[in-house]
Design a protein around this ligand. Structure first.
Ligand code: HEC
Length: 212
């Protein structure tokens, strides 16, 4: 075997290697399995699917919930509070301060009640919105609050409780107006005196059938 032939054999070997290599690369590119970052399927469980209406639905503004809230239901839910609060005018403080007239009452201002440092650091009056936030998760709004109550997660129930609290006054404050957009959406279609109606596809009753 002269060097010429050795070269040929080596060349053939090298060629075969190159072909195999490129096959391997193309096959890899064509069939490379895409491994998921996490093995298994992602099963998406919508949060609050049962509590707050269908998932993905826009959250109803609290003012709109107030508009349809029920003082009686709120009074009923308010039984959760009576272990610690009285609601009557002139009622005493228990574990928590009396809540008569709490809407628009200055925070941490019930005479003689020993509020937590966290509550004392809050300024301003209890607005409807503040009460909504506090009652959803007391510890989130007032870190270190002495109110040992987990909160009311359901927005409609909070709305009922807040309108009940609002009723605990000689002159209850007016509730915030419901947002205009959803209210307009609720208005019956084709209201008299409304904006000009968009063209309707169906011909008005009594019109001659269209010629073909
Ligand atoms: C386990 C007892 C407990 C329960 C139950 C409880 N609270 Fe309280 N609440 C407190 C205490 C204690 C405070 C004082 C908080 C502080 O100083 O941080 C307080 C404070 C408050 C305040 C602020 C009062 C103020 O003068 O600034 C509001 C409003 C309030 N509670 C509403 C409610 C409502 C409504 C419920 C029922 C849905 C409720 N709480 C249930 C103990 C309780």
């Amino acid at each position: 075997m002269d060097s010429h032939e050795i070269n040929k054999v080596l060349g053939a070997l090298l060629g075969t290697c190159l072909v195999l290599l490129s096959l391997n690369i193309t096959a890899g590119a064509l069939f490379s399995p895409h491994k998921p970052a996490k093995p298994g399927y992602d099963i998406v469980v919508p949060e609050h699917a049962t509590e707050e209406g269908k998932p993905g639905e826009p959250e109803v503004p609290f003012a709109n919930l107030l508009a349809s809230a029920d003082v009686k239901k709120g009074e009923n839910s308010g039984k959760k509070c009576v272990a610690c609060h009285t609601f009557q005018k002139g009622g005493a403080a228990l574990v928590g301060p009396n809540l008569w007239g709490i809407v628009n009452r200055q925070k941490a201002s019930f005479p003689g009640f020993n509020y937590s440092a966290g509550m004392k650091s809050k300024t301003g009056n209890w607005t409807i919105d503040d009460l909504n936030i506090y009652l959803q998760n007391p510890k989130a709004m007032v870190p270190g609050t002495a109110m040992n109550f987990p909160g009311i997660p359901k927005a409609t129930e909070r709305a009922d409780v807040v309108v009940f609290l609002n009723s605990l006054a000689d002159n209850p404050a007016p509730l915030p107006k419901a947002a205009a957009a959803p209210a307009a959406a609720l208005a019956p279609a084709g209201q008299a005196g409304g904006a000009p109606k968009p063209p309707t596809p169906a011909p008005p009753a009594g019109q001659a059938p269209r010629p073909h």
